[in-house]
Design a protein around this ligand. Sequence first.
Ligand code: XMP
Length: 520
Amino acid sequence: MRQNDVNGHEYVLIIDFGGQYNQLIARRVRECNVYCEVIPYRKITLDMVRELDPKGIIFTGGPQSVYGENAPSVDKGIFELGIPILGICYGSQLMAYLLGGKVQTCTTSEYGKTETFYNKECVLFGSIKALPEKAVSWMSHTDFIAEIPAGFKTVAHTENCPTAAMTNAEKKLYAVQFHPEVNHTEYGLDMLDSFLKNVCGCKGDWTMESYADSAVNTIREKVGDGKVLLALSGGVDSSVLAMLLSKAIGKQLTCIFVDHGLMRKNEGDEVEAAFAGHDINFVRVNAKERFLGKLKGVSDPETKRKIIGEEFIRVFEEEAKKLGRVDFLAQGTIYPDVIESGSGDAAVIKSHHNVGGLPDHVDFKEIIEPLRMLFKDETRRLGQELGLSETLVWRQPFPGPGLAVRIMGEITDDKLTILQDADYIFREEIAKAGLARQIGQYFAVLTQNRSVGVMGDFRTYDYTLALRAVTTTDFMTADFARIPYEVLEVCSARIVNEVSHVNRVVYDITTKPPATIEWE
Ligand code: XMP
């Protein structure tokens, strides 16, 4: 029996070999209502797998070749445990290689949408009635399985790849060269679902309703009659956490909302209103003057970020001290913050500051992170389950330093008002056009650029405002959103007419990389 069982839920283990879609695999498994965890291959031992006793295992993709020096691998004994395994891309090659098959470099690499021929006798494909024998899969590989291991059967192929999928059904081992987790693979999600339900025998017991109930019980048990403190930023994660904690422990929770004055228009009031009717001790600290004072004359982006991060902690500590000793500090950490990639850490481009970072001088016994198992979309569903207002559930990500990183150069109260007003119009028009949930993040940026314009019969010399809107799945890469010209036209006309000191509006059409999403 698993030791670290998640409140009795079925559990699938994802072994991470460093591929780019690994978190996506986990999200897809959760979409099939099966709880899973991603663990880097270098942390996995056979004993650990035995102890975890998962219903199934998935090997992810990865950038290496199985013959490479220090190529990521696993103990071969994993195939003898009787646990179903699905290898994806590198994971499929590793399965073939470790079991005595051959992997080779392709003469023609396959990348992107690829016509694939499926053998529907294989349960992975056969259980999907609508899947044709020929359909598109998403490939991304330069090596391929040239010879399958003894006991295996090829169950899919493409023009250039003789083994796009193989199985040893008796041993419950399956391998696919393509990426079923990527949307471009037709019926890919159904294939994962088929592996989980038909091969692993999962029933699919992971729902937010059941999670909310068990989380409330776990929190009550842990906290007892102790006091809990939460730094509430108004972002999705900390807001959902506030709702969950308030349901579990009511007045034993105190939320401190530091309003640094760098929020979007009306946002501070909206956050306060969202929690007004709930059984929570809610403290709002209006610290705008304090933050603007510290930021006076500062124009370097990293310095601004640092000042805001430090000042935030200071204000929070001052308020927290008034409460005396608290027992627990709650943090809105979610699963993507916890997952460590199989291939190590990436370079730091900006010093991110998350409202809710750890204060040094608050007296508490322990940190609790009740959302650390959830992905963002699950956190949102939990918020809905708990009755959090739609505005907060669907709030787009907002950087800890707020509008300070969207005003280029020095921040003044006047510039803040200009940006808030313009940003408000942009958001209003995006909502009106029905695009709000299709665009990952959208906002206005006040540049330092001033240019000549004409209004009525007068010359103007005013600011250029930039609009930024991106589509993204993980915020690591992003594309600019293809907003219809008609919508941009209304935004531009309204902004120059309704917001003083802006006489030019531009739309940012850069992808990330090379740009970042925020301008600073
Ligand atoms: P960049 O600009 O790095 O942004 O492409 C990626 C995502 O991170 C958000 N962001 C932050 N979030 N604290 C945060 O909590 C920060 O300091 C911070 N800086 C950027 C940004 O809004 C985008 O969603």
